[in-house]
Design a protein around this ligand. Structure first.
Ligand code: SF4
Length: 319
């Protein structure tokens, strides 16, 4: 493990059992790392496994195979009790702050709860000062502390979710589509808040999003997932300037479109067809059923993630 990395994920695999003894291949053999104080954006269409990957990393799900190292310690198969001290270091911000915040608790109690659970404070009174200063840090005020989640706008609720995640001063925050449910005008405010906090505290982020434009401003590195696999990963600037994988090109809207009707529509994502089922993913390269460059070997041989130069890694037989 490289000591500069807060997180290292090696060959992570997460399968779920489905009906009739079928298996959902949600995440297959995914490897990446996040350096301290940096952000990895993880991108892909809905159903590509990015959220499952994030939830497996934070150990909301048990791992099927592979390894997870947090700050140099392997946490892959720790029990929930063994994990407790590591939970302080790794927190999560959810997509839907309304569903993730307890409707019966005041904002004060929601934010104080992790402080009490980890015995950082002895009682609620002791937590108050920390809660008030965190509310101010996320752009709310002390006066908001006595209110309930339903009394807030979507953007304010997400600020409460962020305050709850940051109150323990974690070293890694997993942001699971934290701006997707917000109005466009609010998205930039939340992104700026997360970025400013990173500049101040040196926290690292794993930032999940469904399109590449959302992670452009926040990410140092970007990884692209397709049907449970990481198909491309590189420094962010490089991936936007020089996307290699046909799927990444499609997400960026720069792939040639075979269907003239779709081409005329100039849709942002120019990938045709739906993502196949993760229960029986296509053989070989999982993207071959939608790839305009697919050749016969693509259906037979699985491409490995290979360095195409400058640490830019891609899984495609074209490289
Ligand atoms: Fe397309 Fe083949 Fe590359 Fe897969 S391996 S992305 S099918 S060219």
């Amino acid at each position: 493990m490289n000591s500069e990395n807060i997180l290292e994920v090696k060959h992570l695999t997460k399968h779920f059992k489905a009906a009739k003894k079928q298996v959902v291949h949600a995440v297959d053999d995914v490897t990446f790392s996040i350096a301290r104080g940096k952000t990895l954006g993880l991108v892909g269409e809905s159903g590509c496994g990015k959220s499952t990957c994030a939830r497996t990393v934070i150990r909301m799900y048990d791992v099927t195979d592979g390894q997870i190292f947090l700050d140099g310690t392997e946490i892959t198969r720790m029990s929930q009790k063994e994990l407790k001290p590591f939970r302080k270091k790794m927190q999560m911000i959810f997509q839907d702050p309304y569903a993730s915040l307890n409707a019966r608790m005041t904002v004060r109690d929601i934010i104080a709860e992790p402080l009490l659970a980890h015995r950082i404070v002895k009682n609620k009174a002791e937590a108050n000062d920390l809660v008030y200063s965190m509310l101010e840090r996320v752009g709310l005020t002390k006066e908001h502390a006595g209110r309930y989640a339903h009394e807030f706008s979507g953007g304010q609720r997400q600020r409460v979710g962020i305050a709850r995640a940051l109150i323990l001063k974690p070293e890694l925050v997993i942001c699971d589509e934290p701006i997707s449910a917000l109005d466009v005008s609010i998205q930039a405010q939340v992104i700026n808040l997360l970025k400013d906090y990173q500049d101040e505290q040196g926290v690292s982020y794993l930032f999940i999003a469904h399109d590449l434009s959302m992670v452009r401003y926040v990410s140092d590195d970007v990884g692209v997932m397709y049907l449970g696999q990481l198909v491309e990963i590189s420094e962010a600037d490089e991936i936007y300037k020089n996307p290699l994988h046909p799927y990444t090109k499609g997400l960026l809207g720069s792939i040639p479109i075979a269907n003239p009707k779709l081409a005329r529509l100039k849709v942002k994502s120019s990938i045709e067809g739906d993502i196949p089922s993760p229960i029986q993913p296509p053989s070989g390269c999982r993207f071959h059923t939608r790839c305009p460059y697919a050749k016969p070997e693509c259906a037979e041989k699985t491409p490995k993630l290979t360095d195409a130069g400058n640490g830019h890694r891609v899984a495609c037989h074209l490289y």
